[in-house]
Write a protein that binds this ligand. Structure first.
Ligand SMILES: Cc1ncc(COP(=O)(O)O)c(C=O)c1O
Length: 465
């Protein structure tokens, strides 16, 4: 059965007159008070989701576990603090994110480092801060890390990121990070790079191999995809044993879907971008929970290792933690009708500035003024940039919307603020709502902010002779 989403699916309420409410606060009133675009963060839901993820993982695996939140997904400092307060550690991919993790209060030992382009300077910074693990993405990186350890007289624990050459069914190819043809990530198991890595490690006394890392994509809705990808543990364990190493950690990465939004499949994306046919709903109803993912993964790992010698099981969720706890308010400033064509709702945010993920993901859109107004027409919802692709959605089934009414783009917690830009407009504020009330956790960008890095009237450096 197709799932028709309601505000209650995000823990929100509907007032008797149909207004969208976050606890005691009307979304329209928040839009008026703070201006739009405005992200609204449901702080209670975020903390509950993070804690629930950690507890599912801990309760379903008989060995040690740790959950490292993927900073790239939403790196707003107040959000990071809330996630840390729920007992999650950090996964970072750059010097910027490492500094953020330390700034958020994480110690080096709570930080796992990923990424395909860790520069030598970044690797040095990771060593200086004694991060828990560096996940090695290539043989070149392994050699560079070893040289740095030798010259700096340092030691480090590592995992090998492995490319299992597995793509979850229906996944948008752009997100398939476990495919050897589709992306550069990880050591190529089929191309024998893992064996080559072990050969290099034999001579590297300062680098300590602790296990394997996988990250097969994002928005995964079926737990079976993890167990299928993890089948490569069988050849990997043989290789490890033959090389005389031991697996003490298995890191299964992130990718856990938020069930209130989804990526379009490759086919849907082509049809939508080519012919403007947007899926009319989220799709099939699903009641998959974190527990189902944690159970499937725990059972799979337990099949490959003896019970008294289980590895530590690590997770790196991003989207599953933050997506559903935030939504984006946009004001419809103008409505344009062209005879014989679809109506245009002209808003103050589109994918050119604040909704980039709506290019490739299905998100629910509510009319905050009256959620109960029947959906009677298909419209184009667009942004403010003079750029034809500055669209939120083309062909979206909506109620009749009037100028000055407010839309909520649901699930703006994952990869929205990370991918936003200041293309002609200021980046939006974020307001957090909890039991006590609401407060700004990020103000909107000012003109001074946007020009603060520009350097005018500086004389050019001359070449020294
Ligand atoms: C290595 C790694 N871990 C974790 C994540 C988080 O993925 P998600 O937000 O889908 O959970 C990503 C996302 O790109 C990643 O690259």
């Amino acid at each position: 059965m197709k799932k028709i989403l309601q505000p209650q699916d995000w823990g929100l309420q509907v007032a008797p007159d149909g207004e969208l409410m976050v606890g005691d606060h009307a979304a329209v009133a928040l839009a008026k008070e703070y201006g739009t675009p405005l992200h609204v963060l449901n702080e209670i839901l975020l903390k509950e989701t993070a804690k629930n993820f950690r507890q599912c993982v801990e309760s379903l695996y008989p060995g040690k576990t740790s959950v490292h939140y993927a900073y790239k997904c939403n790196s707003v400092p107040a959000v990071l603090q809330m996630i840390r307060s729920s007992g999650l550690k950090a996964e970072v991919m750059s010097s910027f994110e490492l500094k953020l993790a330390l700034h958020t209060g994480h110690k080096g030992e709570e930080i796992v480092v990923n990424g395909p382009c860790k520069t030598d300077d970044f690797l040095r910074e990771c060593l200086e801060n004694q991060v828990r693990l560096i996940v090695v993405d290539s043989l070149d990186e392994l050699k560079a890390l070893n040289e740095i350890c030798v010259t700096e007289d340092k030691e480090v624990d590592i995992l090998f990121r492995v490319n299992p050459d597995y793509t979850p069914r229906g996944m948008n190819q752009g997100s398939a990070t476990g495919s050897r043809k589709g992306c550069a990530f990880g050591l190529d198991l089929k191309g024998d790079e893992v064996r080559a890595g072990f050969t290099l490690l034999q001579e590297m006394k300062r680098i300590h191999f602790l296990g394997f890392h996988f990250h097969i994509g994002t928005g995964i809705r079926d737990p079976i995809d993890y167990s299928k990808a993890l089948r490569c543990l069988a050849p990997l364990l043989k290789l490890t044993h033959a090389a005389g190493f031991v697996v003490k950690i298995v890191d299964v990465g992130g990718g856990f879907a938020a069930m209130t939004t989804r990526e379009l499949t490759s086919r849907e994306l082509l049809i939508y971008q080519g012919f403007e046919r947007l899926p009319s709903s989220l799709g099939k109803d699903t009641d998959i929970t974190f527990k189902d993912f944690a159970r499937e993964i725990s059972n799979t790992i337990s099949r490959y290792f003896p019970r008294n010698d289980l590895p530590e099981l690590m997770y790196e969720p991003g989207r599953g933690i933050v997506s559903s706890s935030q939504f984006l308010l946009l004001t419809v400033h103008r409505v344009k009708n062209r005879p014989g064509l679809r109506k245009w709702l002209i808003t103050d945010g589109g994918l050119g500035t604040v909704t980039l993920p709506t290019f490739y993901e299905y998100h629910e859109v509510f009319l905050c003024n009256d959620v109960t107004r029947p959906r009677t027409e298909k419209v184009n919802i667009i942004g403010p940039v003079c750029f034809a692709t500055d669209v939120v959605y083309r062909n979206k089934l909506m109620p009749q919307v009037n100028p000055n009414e407010v839309l909520a783009i649901m699930d703006s917690g994952a990869y929205f603020t990370a991918l936003e830009s200041s293309f002609g407009f200021a980046r939006p504020a974020i307001v957090a709502v909890n039991n006590q009330g609401h407060r700004l956790i990020r103000r909107s960008e000012t003109f001074e902010d946007t020009v603060s890095r520009d350097l005018l009237n500086r004389s050019a450096k001359t070449k020294e002779v």
